[in-house]
Design a protein around this ligand. Sequence first.
Ligand code: GLC
Length: 420
Amino acid sequence: MSWFTTSRFGMFIHWGLYSAAGGRWKDMETPWVSEWLMRKFQIPRNEYRKLADSFNPVDFDADFWMRSAAEAGMKYMVITSKHHDGFAMFDSSWDDYNIVKATPFGRDPLKELAEAGKKYGVRLGFYYSHEQDWYEKGGYGNFWDFPKEERTPEAFEAYLNGKVRHQVRELLTNYGDVAILWFDTPHIITKEQSSSLRKFVRDLAPDCLVNSRLGGEGEWDYVSLGDNQVPFERYTIPTEGIGTMNESWGYKPFDHNYRTVPEVLQTMAKLAACNANYMLNVGPDGKGNFPAEAQEILKGVGEFLKINGEALYGTTNFPLVYPDNRWGHVTMKENVLYFWCFRNPGEIRFYGIRNKLKTAGIIGGTSIAFSQKSNLDYDFHRLILSIPVDLPFPFVIKAEFDGLLSCNPEAYYAGVLEEK
Ligand code: GLC
């Protein structure tokens, strides 16, 4: 787990037949996430699969994808190997419904990414929709092709023991070390089924992490937050937030509602301050290109982390519970606090830290003035950091204290109501 929590930042990739459709069907467009196109318009499976006939991502370049992730400061990549539409983006012997057998492209992009990842030190994981599969009667969700009486618990069990185990085995044995199997949307899977699948994965790849969307209780290694959920609590177990750059996981060319770099960094800071990772999504198009807006965001985030990466990687959960600060967020590493500043309050007043502050300065910039005041009778401690006015935001203040941090847990809140 330590590589995971130390990494703090990864790349999510949603790439499939839906990327070629780009959220459009006939003369319509989906108002929602584009990877749900087949479900949104209840497209018959034999019509949807025709997308494969012309799926030929000639611009796909695994080296560019992995280099982009590495240069953006991302330490791992999770890519959709099979999404809810049931189409495998890898060479599977289960059936012909996959990128190698059903498309003119005829190559296995996951194999090429596994190779490229080694070159850039980016760990590779696979998203696998283990429950929803709109190509299979036993998969959950396709009520428009398969009548209810066919979609039985027995059919689902057969799907799990058939396609899912077959393809999970292929993913865990044909692509080298797999860092994460990222399952999604557990609706009907039982505790027994999820425990059994967890054991199946562990037996094949003991070091492969499994996220909580496997389903079942506690059969996973870390918690996946909700889509674009930004937390308001500090987590004590490994947790990962996931986010889109615009409003769709899959490629959606008419969705220009992209987040700015400061907005992405503020989400990153908030998640890190809550002890959670951030996996930021890219939805490549049907030719295998990253959208230009996505490349801009990756570039801006990478430039920020080249200077301020120490405020993210390897940071842990700062024990003091303090209010959600409008100016930014705080991460901690040993005897250092990192104040991620996104707007200028003129000064930062921070309470409850008993240690003496030794130095404070902008990472990559000037030192800054600070003052401390304590009243030991009340275990009251106040730190003031003076914020220079002429700095472009965001920036990070690094504050080094004399020893591991000791905090008054009730510095901000009355704590428990009942008398101790
Ligand atoms: C939701 C959507 C799915 C997407 C996932 C990303 O579960 O169903 O399309 O892959 O969020 O977290």
